[in-house]
Design a protein around this ligand. Sequence first.
Ligand SMILES: *[C@@H]1O[C@H](CO)[C@@H](O)[C@H](O)[C@H]1NC(C)=O
Ligand SMILES: *[C@@H]1O[C@H](CO)[C@@H](O)[C@H](O)[C@H]1NC(C)=O
Length: 276
Amino acid sequence: MEYQIKVVLVFALLSFFGIFIYFSINESGSEAFRSKTEERPSELFGPSVELHNPFIITRLRNELMHLPSENGYQLSQSDHLYDPSMGQSKAILKALDYKTRGFFIECGALDGETRSNTLYMERSLNWSGILIEGDPKNFELLKKKNRRAYSFPVCLSPFPYPEILLFEQQFNIGKITDTAKSNTVQVECYPLSYILLAVNQTSIDYFSLDVEGNELKVLKNVPWDNVDIKTLSVEFVHDKEGKVAIREYMESVGYDLIDEISRDDMLANDFIFLKR
Ligand SMILES: *[C@@H]1O[C@H](CO)[C@@H](O)[C@H](O)[C@H]1NC(C)=O
Ligand SMILES: *[C@@H]1O[C@H](CO)[C@@H](O)[C@H](O)[C@H]1NC(C)=O
């Protein structure tokens, strides 16, 4: 009898501690989540954010950056010479004398394959780089291609600070917007310099910029004195400021317009710039 009481007592004690531990873990877990989401808007985004706040760079690197894939490509074509670019990659490579082992940035990267300006360089010329895509649906598709590049599910900020903005999801013509609709989502946006700090890379051979209308604002937030970008392709048809403004701005920061890629089907309307 006494033995049975002891067993019951020990069992009750163990259950009590078990339940206690279970609840304390759950409590601290949900608290950590709460404080994280609460600090997002005011401290990590907006005009009052300290430039290149180290906490933001670390968070970008640890929570948003995806490392280059080490798995084989999952692409629609197995041909190694396959180049889905609409002419931009050829113009850039010509300007760079078909450089191997270069470094690119591509934004928007779409699904990482369709009309990609950087796939050929990465796959055939051993380049590495950074893919930036703000549409979460496109980013999911991009991840599946196993590109050998860093990738970020964010957009490039049209402001000199990180901001959460509305992004209209429309595959190849998605963009930042002011108006909430059924196909808009909130996306974190960062100036290019934040992404470059997260990857620790300041020497860039090619920057492909095609963001359906905010190109000039994104370019105006590039710290040209602190990064070395040798070539760019910049889409010019959707910017409200117009193509002349893009050209004049790039000339003012030290670039020559060396080519213009245009197609009647509108699948390419890009300036090609080369650093002087
Ligand atoms: C790319 O790298 C691979 C493996 O190191 C090498 O065999 C190949 O020749 C390189 N290609 C170019 C174009 O440099
Ligand atoms: C960043 O890159 C520079 C130049 O390549 C290197 O000297 C430095 O150690 C790197 N820093 C980190 C944190 O990786």
